[in-house]
Design a protein around this ligand. Sequence first.
Ligand SMILES: C[S@@+](CC[C@H](N)C(=O)[O-])C[C@H]1O[C@@H](n2cnc3c(N)ncnc32)[C@H](O)[C@@H]1O
Length: 259
Amino acid sequence: MKLNEVQQAAQEQFARQSQRYGRSHILADISDVSAALEKITLPEKARVLDVATGGGHTGLHLASLGHRVTLADLAQPMLDRAQELAAERGLVVETRQHAAELLPYPDQTFDLVTCRVAPHHFSSPEEFITETARVLRPGGYFLLIDGSIPNDEPEAEEWLHQVEKLRDPSHHRFLTPREWTRLCEKHQLAVDSAELHPMKQPDLEWYFETAATSAGNRIAVRELISNAPESARRAFTLGEEEGKTVWWWPRLTLIARRP
Ligand SMILES: C[S@@+](CC[C@H](N)C(=O)[O-])C[C@H]1O[C@@H](n2cnc3c(N)ncnc32)[C@H](O)[C@@H]1O
């Protein structure tokens, strides 16, 4: 698998961090996935591809509903963790190691493609969307859940980009709901809904620990937070609670369909 620089950085970062993505990880709470699935009608035993599966929380939930699930990721240690979790839960899934930007499946293979809290690492969201549309069957669904920023807030977006890049250098870019919608519509996916849901980041230390942020970068993030522009304070409801820095990150849930 030949990887570009962005893919390589993500692969290395997540191979190092894979032990943190088990049962107790914050992403094990899949209430956002369940809420979205209420709006999606799937055949029994649907064929599902969970792209950038990480610890596998999204794909394993779909497997627990009786669907035939493929978990895919760039980092093999992540796929190993996901298989361990599957075994603990008595679930059978297939795992495949590959990039989101080039999906090694024939056209029209899947009833559902999911991708949660990962596309902001992708080197090319457009290639990912093109490939997703290609591997979906007509009538198939695409469910994207990822960190995002409100439309028309360039200053807040740039601020969050700097913060996130310092925390986790494998971060690439957050896209707005409008940008994701345009990409989908350009590549034959009709968007049913694209909604931002604020998610509370409980504590700055927790935020650093999840990415093993270096000491120097932690200091730089604290400085950016102290000097955050008004637009960022407003967009992310940045504040303090009991001496801890808390903020609310907009998380996008987008549901699209291949006509
Ligand atoms: C935060 S985890 C994903 C969480 C998971 N989707 C869930 O619902 O629990 C991000 C994952 O994206 C993967 N990743 C990052 N860039 C990728 C790319 N270009 N192609 C495939 N996987 C990628 C990483 O290896 C990592 O496992």
